[in-house]
Design a protein around this ligand. Structure first.
Ligand SMILES: Nc1ncnc2c1ncn2[C@@H]1O[C@H](COP(=O)(O)OP(=O)(O)OP(=O)(O)O)[C@@H](O)[C@H]1O
Length: 277
């Protein structure tokens, strides 16, 4: 077994009821604990389906036929849903749909899972304040959740997910409704997170700054996995993904790294300019 390899997907396939073909096809992948995995792919490639399987929403809440195996930190939702559920913090698309509907304030919403876990009140207050601060929601703590904007709702969903201090974060397009400053703050925060993180995003530049691994999905297949550098230096036109801005700029200017590859993020861009001049 590879050292510290705690995320393992083996021949994972998912087929929704009534579908003729699976939506995820024989996916095999690994990651280490604490890594950030950026999941990219064009529309309907299976990104949300993968998040739903990794979070246990499939098959626990949404029914689908799952074959193959997958474990996160040695746990599978199929074997032990309560233990698995405690490991993960999840933000799925449509954060409004994730609200408990039972909280009158943003603070109560963030506290919801903590209360259910029977955690002491003083600890809950501390965790709620900390999660709100990390997501820039301190000024909104006494507001009703339904009064928040789309971007604030996404930040509330993330704050609720991180308040329980999960080992694993699963984030499906968590910045789609955030403004550019909010998005930048979120990615800066994510870069320092210790949890193993799966994040679906179209923000290729941001992913290349922070991700350890990129998984590329196409028509339900995992067609590439590797570091951002590896994946975007072997970009296929079939994937219908843009190259990162650093890569495009360097290609136009012929700024290459000593390996002759092109840079995919700012740090590599600086190295490539330095190596060229
Ligand atoms: N509950 C469901 N029942 C049946 N088919 C579904 C269900 N959810 C998704 N699908 C189908 O699974 C395929 C993959 O969809 P999925 O939402 O996982 O892709 P995606 O890459 O997240 O797409 P997008 O970027 O457009 O959100 C699509 O063909 C979709 O129609």
């Amino acid at each position: 077994m590879v050292k510290n390899q705690s995320i393992s997907l083996k021949n994972l396939s998912v087929k929704y009821p009534g579908s003729t073909a699976p939506q995820l096809k024989q996916m095999t992948a690994q990651a280490d604990s604490g890594q950030i995995i950026g999941i990219v792919g064009n529309s309907r490639s299976g990104k949300t389906t993968l998040c739903q399987v990794l979070s246990g929403v499939i098959p626990t809440i949404i029914s689908a036929k799952v074959s193959g195996t997958y474990t996160l930190n040695g746990h599978s939702p199929v074997d032990d849903w309560p233990a698995y559920n405690q490991l993960t913090g999840v933000v799925l698309q449509n954060p409004a749909g994730q609200l408990s509907g039972l909280a009158d304030t943003v603070a109560d919403e963030i506290a919801f899972d903590l209360i259910n876990q029977g955690i002491q009140e003083a600890v809950i207050t501390k965790r709620v304040n900390q999660a709100a601060m990390q997501m820039g929601l301190t000024a909104q703590l006494t507001q009703h959740p339904e009064s928040l904007s789309g971007g604030q709702l996404q930040r509330l969903a993330i704050a609720s997910a991180i308040a329980t201090d999960p080992q694993i974060l699963i984030l499906d397009d968590p910045t789609s409704e955030m403004d550019p400053v909010g998005r930048q703050q979120f990615f800066n925060w994510l870069a320092g997170v210790k949890a193993t993180t799966f994040i679906v995003s179209n923000e290729i530049d941001d992913l290349c700054e922070i991700a350890d691994l990129i998984w590329v999905l196409q028509d339900g297949h995992l067609v590439a996995q590797g570091t951002p550098h590896q994946v975007f230096n072997h970009l296929s036109a079939n994937w219908q993904l843009p190259a990162p801005t650093s890569f495009q700029l360097a290609q136009k200017m012929n700024w290459r790294l000593p390996t002759s590859d092109f840079p995919v993020n700012f740090q590599e861009l600086r190295e490539a300019i330095h190596a060229t001049n």
